[in-house]
Design a protein around this ligand. Structure first.
Ligand SMILES: Cc1cc2nc3c(=O)[nH]c(=O)nc-3n(C[C@H](O)[C@H](O)[C@H](O)COP(=O)(O)OP(=O)(O)OC[C@H]3O[C@@H](n4cnc5c(N)ncnc54)[C@H](O)[C@@H]3O)c2cc1C
Length: 404
């Protein structure tokens, strides 16, 4: 029988397996992933990784491998305008360093992060079973029996569902969600530009939703471009000429000539919060527990916080000789994570509603608010500390760069 079985070999599932196995090598930990073995290499996206998450990756021994591919965010600019406005007045600027030489976040290509986490799994002896979907599970007194798409069954003391925002395991566990659709989709693509971005990230609040330009290595930037879903689908399907013309209208000419490179894909956006994170011998982590709007680039970072809290809870219970799948233990994890998750879900929801519109009085009020924040350095450093994840009270040890 396994000790911990993770369903979903995305970033959160892999990180959960590494965190537990590294701290408790005697536990038998495995991962089941429905995608074929090499599928992760095709992901052309990148994610903003906050300092607290990079500290955890450092404890895993993978940050040094990721860092050469990671672009530090040294500055952030926020504007509020229409796509047709000739000038985008800057309402808010942040210096990206939380302390000398320590940027609050890095942009990391997903391939670099998943590749490094998979390497860590291999070094720690964690088996990843590819091309197999979890189809059902049954919970007994001492174990859970998980059925896989090839007809095999795996027994485990603890089942961790990291199977994404449309989690089937969450449904199978009977856990309900609070969820709604924003009617928006986030187009993700990469652009090459003539001039360097100098590590500056930009977020333009446009009436259809935020348009974020996030710095990558070598005069390239990653875009998260929000549009109403039918417009996003039309843009993704359009030919290169139309796509690049629409892109330029929003991106502007500050960085010189632009060229869209790589895939473009639209992700439907919504808010999904699980009503419970745990059940007997069962825990949710990552998007399976919470899918949020990418307006603040915190979705994966929230998932990494789940990983740190779950691993610390499980490993400490194991060291005390307790049953790692018992509901009393798992409820500690839920209590640790629930408030932070709810707060982030509500914050991103309010920000998206406040900024994704063109209502005159709302625009005046929000721009006034941004102007005030911009003039108060204390408030700005508070926000940067919050975004970096370094000032949160009761952070799990991994997020402070300490071993469990
Ligand atoms: C447009 C956009 C931009 C974003 N930008 C950022 C950002 O800059 N920073 C940030 O922190 N977050 C960002 N996010 C959020 C981030 O992408 C997600 O939070 C993250 O992908 C969640 O990871 P996960 O491992 O929980 O889920 P997923 O990445 O969805 O992985 C789930 C895995 O489970 C597997 N799976 C599913 N069902 C089964 C099954 N039945 N059996 C076996 N395997 C299964 C899937 O194949 C997949 O590999 C963004 C999101 C969007 C939409």
């Amino acid at each position: 029988m396994l000790d911990m079985l993770v369903v979903g070999g995305g970033y959160v599932g892999l990180a959960a397996a590494v965190a537990v196995k590294q701290a408790a090598p005697h536990l038998d930990v495995q991962v089941v992933e429905s995608a074929p073995e090499e599928a992760w290499k095709k992901d052309a996206r990148a994610s903003a990784i906050i300092v607290a998450a990079s500290k955890m990756l450092d404890v895993f021994g993978v940050w040094d491998e990721i860092r050469p591919e990671a672009e530090p965010i040294t500055r952030m600019i926020v504007t509020d305008s229409r796509a047709s406005d000739p000038v985008r007045p800057v309402f808010l600027t942040f210096d990206g360093d939380i302390e000398e030489g320590q940027p609050f976040a890095h942009m990391v290509p997903n391939v670099a992060m998943v590749g490094a986490l998979r390497g860590a799994c291999e070094r720690l002896g964690i088996t990843i079973r590819h091309g197999l979907s979890a189809t059902d599970f049954k919970t007994g007194d001492a174990s859970v029996a998980l059925s896989l798409s090839d007809g095999s069954v795996l027994e485990t003391r603890l089942l961790v569902a990291c199977d994404g925002v449309r989690s089937k395991l969450r449904d199978m566990a009977g856990i309900k969600t609070v969820s709604w659709d924003y009617g928006q989709s986030g187009i993700v693509t990469t652009v090459e530009h003539e001039r360097p971005h100098n590590g500056c990230a930009e977020e333009h609040f446009l009436p259809a939703g935020p348009f974020a330009i996030l710095p990558l290595k070598n005069n390239r930037s990653s875009l998260v471009w929000t549009e109403r879903t039918p417009d996003a689908d039309r843009l993704v399907a359009s030919d290169d000429l139309i796509f690049e013309e629409e892109l330029e209208r929003r991106f502007g000419h500050k960085l010189g000539a632009l060229r869209a490179v790589g895939n473009r894909r639209a992700f439907p956006l919504g808010l999904t919060l699980a009503r419970s994170f745990v059940a007997p011998r069962f825990a949710l982590a990552g998007d399976a527990a919470h899918g949020i709007h990418p307006i603040s680039g915190q979705g994966l970072n929230l998932g990494f916080k789940d990983v740190a809290a779950l691993a610390e809870t499980v490993v400490e219970a194991d060291r005390l000789g307790l049953d790692i799948g018992s509901i009393n233990i798992l409820e500690r994890y839920q209590t640790w994570r629930r408030f932070d998750t709810f707060r982030m879900g509500v914050t991103t929801d309010v920000l998206n509603r406040l900024f994704s519109n063109d209502v005159g009085p709302v625009r005046i009020a929000r721009d006034f608010g941004l102007g005030i924040v911009d003039r108060l350095p204390g408030l700005k450093s508070y926000f940067i500390g919050q975004a970096a994840g370094t000032t949160a009270k009761g952070n799990p040890r991994l997020l402070a760069g300490q071993t469990i």
